[in-house]
Design a protein around this ligand. Sequence first.
Ligand SMILES: Cc1cc2nc3c(=O)[nH]c(=O)nc-3n(C[C@H](O)[C@H](O)[C@H](O)COP(=O)(O)OP(=O)(O)OC[C@H]3O[C@@H](n4cnc5c(N)ncnc54)[C@H](O)[C@@H]3O)c2cc1C
Length: 283
Amino acid sequence: MAHVLVIGSGPSGLSAALTLQQAGVSVTVATTHHSSLQSANLTGDLYGVSAKDGEALYRQGVEQARQVGITMVDGEITGLTKSAHTFTAAGQQPIDASAVILATGKPHRYDLPNFAKHSHRLHLRAEEHAFVYRHQMVGVVGHGPYAFAQVNLLTRHARTVTLFTNGDDLLRFPPNLSINRYPIRLFDAPDSPRTLLFENGAKLNVDALFFADRTADAADLCAGVGLSCENGIPPCTAQGETPQKGLFVAGECAGLPFDLHELLYHGHKVGLATLQFLKNNTI
Ligand SMILES: Cc1cc2nc3c(=O)[nH]c(=O)nc-3n(C[C@H](O)[C@H](O)[C@H](O)COP(=O)(O)OP(=O)(O)OC[C@H]3O[C@@H](n4cnc5c(N)ncnc54)[C@H](O)[C@@H]3O)c2cc1C
């Protein structure tokens, strides 16, 4: 049976997953359980839903998905690749799927000291830029699964990779990796190389700095399958279809506004478009 992977368990991801499940498609939802809905105070203006907070509604949605037989996988998806007709999502365990729906929520903002000013000199994705720094010295800022994935991609190309981290939650990073735990005070990049100034007064130059102190978002996952995004939003139709066949986008990560009714409807439409894709491709 065809298998669809939905990345995100917010209203749009689960709405798409439920539409597909009802049509008899096997669906897996991968999630970090950090939905914007959990911060919302709802006024009870949704049809059939009495007033409750977003956290309760989020949990109810996840429970409902489980009860109808949708497989839920907890943990971050850190990368997406495609070979022939199969997508592979990287995470704690790789997940293969015939189609993927990205429902990862709002694109990330970067607000570390001075980073915004020099954001054009900062790389966000090793998938797009690693090869440019063959045999050079690069740095990665971050400490979670996404930083781990970026380090692994960069060590294949760069001469040295330094991880800049606050030291929390360190995963099993490659043994040849230098780890720098001093807090960064400033990032300065008038030209190449890029300079990092630390709280203790030390300075370090790198040829490139990759910012990975976050969860992989839709644009990061699109980069793995050769799709460029504008302002973090993947190119897509109103039904969430992207130029990469079999890859769909739903909800806030597709640029939809902050409105639960719209997000639920969009998830449903994207679910139907995915179903059509599966039928056309009779996988
Ligand atoms: C403070 C606040 C108040 C709000 N109040 C309201 C309100 O009153 N009414 C209203 O209509 N809307 C409100 N909203 C907005 C609403 O909550 C969001 O618009 C909605 O949750 C977006 O839905 P989504 O499905 O697109 O993404 P989200 O609900 O943000 O879900 C994103 C999902 O993707 C998962 N994810 C992301 N990256 C990865 C990854 N790499 N691997 C695995 N999983 C991943 C997350 O764990 C999460 O499950 C509010 C938002 C906030 C922040």
